[in-house]
Design a protein around this ligand. Structure first.
Ligand code: ATP
Ligand code: MG
Ligand code: MG
Ligand code: MG
Length: 479
């Protein structure tokens, strides 16, 4: 099944269960100062869960663009090294605002996965909240009993508060959750551990695909819990991971979400994916990051030196760094991937089509300027090497190159290694930590780099409209 069809099947399924299907909200919510980027499907609907706004329909479903590169969810460093964490990904979600609860959420999830998508029941298993003594929370027996009617009990695993209890913040709606995992290990791999069911992360082919959150409590300011008068459902399924399962491949990067971009990289850079691990990592990083950067620019969030813009700039620079170092790309090239991306995803996300020119221009300019920096950094690094009397280059020097000239540390290390020198990594890390502490202290995000696109720039882009029509966003600050 093609990814396009996988997405529409999800939406149609929930449409048939009386859900309103809405387009993805933009990734930066201008009116939510508590969140730099939307990092889950529920973020745009926060006000409904808090009871500050009323939805037109108590059932909604969508595919939300999410970015997990800052704050509570930061998967950036994983990206490229594993095969199922992305910076930008789509989260398929269905919501009930005081409407249906656990019974339907579980039954529909099961029906969709096993009947509509035809996933073999024997590769699925689920987790249920085991309870928590300190918080006086009982085990989620209700969910356990519901799952029991679909799946054998040895495939229902207990999960702790960290994995199976969801909270919005220190206060507010919260509740237990059930995760659905797939085990796509080969028979050979399973035999290694006697077929034992593994938990998420213990094996790259045992992957969490869907999280069903049952909001049934409210955490009060004093930390105690009370039952919510209106219970809610919030679910999130990783679209690219679902595609991996349904397309019978072992990596998100082998699905048709990524292969067209990867083929284009191979052509332009004259490299082959799947032969050399270093090159593979680089190709995965670039194919992931170009999506994150392109989608943000399409949403009006340009790379810059502050706040969300700075995060985007860093993602793009990470991609440039990998292409410079491992794919030998000394000229701008990431912008050339935007065409295929907008062709492949422009139907589902029209902003990619309408903003294509802008995206290409911005990426190209960033590439040009950062490649210049890399060149200058190389000159400086050579000078440092020449002037050094020791075989070990100090952490401070490396940090200065990194911080002032944006010269990446792994590149520094690589070049030093080639020259038979070493880098004082401990010293570098401690400089890095000092800087992190400084920026944490600086706190407050700035949104001045946000640009509002002109009306005719994005006539096809309906994200904002729908967002404004359906979701009344009021300011919310954590107290
Ligand atoms: P994981 O444990 O794999 O990091 P999670 O528990 O952090 O996932 P949730 O917050 O429960 O993820 O989000 C719901 C779903 O979104 C997950 O079940 C997964 O399928 C998907 N997902 C989460 N993070 C990513 C990511 N970085 N890239 C792609 N999909 C993701
Ligand atoms: Mg995670
Ligand atoms: Mg998880
Ligand atoms: Mg989860």
């Amino acid at each position: 099944m093609k990814s396009q069809d996988i997405r529409s099947k999800y939406l149609t399924f929930f449409k048939n269960k009386q859900h309103d299907i809405v387009p993805s909200a933009p990734m930066v919510l201008k009116d939510d100062p508590t969140l730099m980027f939307v990092n889950s499907g529920m973020a745009p609907f926060k006000e409904y869960f808090l009871g500050n706004a009323q939805p037109k329909n108590t059932r909604i479903a969508d595919s939300q663009k999410c970015l997990r590169v800052s704050g509570k969810h930061n998967d950036l460093e994983e990206v490229g090294y594993d095969t199922y964490h992305h910076t930008l990904f789509e989260m398929l979600g269905n919501w009930s605002f005081g409407d249906y609860f656990k019974k339907e959420a579980i039954a529909w999830a099961w029906e969709l996965l096993t009947e509509e998508y035809g996933i073999d029941k024997d590769i699925l298993y689920v987790t249920v909240f085991e309870g928590d003594k300190d918080d006086n929370l009982p085990m989620d027996q209700e969910a356990y009993d519901l799952w029991k009617s679909f799946i054998s009990e040895d495939r229902i695993l207990m999960g702790n508060k960290k994995d199976n209890f969801w909270e919005m913040g220190d206060q507010g709606p919260c509740g237990p959750c059930s995760e659905i995992h797939v085990d796509i290990r080969s028979a050979e791999e399973k035999a290694k551990v006697d077929g034992k069911i593994l938990v998420n992360m213990d094996h790259p082919q045992v992957v969490e695909i869907w999280n069903l959150v049952f909001m049934q409590y409210n955490r009060k300011a004093n930390g105690s819990l009370e039952n919510l008068p209106q219970k809610h459902i919030d679910t999130g399924m990783g679209f690219e991971r679902l595609c991996m399962v349904l397309q019978g491949v072992q990596s998100n990067y082998d699905t048709d979400v990524f292969t067209p971009i990867i083929r284009e990289i191979e052509t332009i850079a004259n490299k082959t994916y799947g032969k050399d691990e270093e090159i593979d990592v680089a190709i995965r990083v670039i194919s992931d990051h170009v999506r994150a950067v392109a989608f943000s620019i399409a949403d009006g969030q340009l790379p810059s030196n502050t706040g969300a813009g700075y995060v985007i700039r860093r993602i793009l620079r990470r991609a440039i760094r990998y292409s410079f170092t491992f794919l030998d790309q000394k000229e701008p090239f990431i912008y050339r991937l935007v065409d295929i991306l907008s062709k492949k995803m422009g139907d589902a996300f029209p902003e990619l089509k309408s903003q294509k020119q802008l995206i290409e221009n911005v990426i190209k300019e960033e590439e040009q300027s950062f490649l210049r920096t890399l060149d200058q950094g190389l000159v400086l690094l050579n000078r440092v090497v020449e002037e050094s009397t020791s075989k070990v280059i100090s952490g401070e020097k490396a940090f200065e190159l990194y911080d002032t000239f944006g010269f990446p540390i792994d590149l520094t290390a690589l070049i030093l290694r080639e020259k038979g020198l070493e880098l004082d990594e401990t010293g570098f890390k401690s400089e890095m930590k000092k800087q992190k502490d400084r920026s944490r202290a600086a706190g407050e995000m700035s949104t001045e780099d946000w640009i509002v696109l002109k009306e005719d720039d994005h006539q096809e882009f309906i994200g904002y409209d729908v967002l404004e029509a359906n979701v009344k966003i009021t300011r919310y600050r954590k107290v």
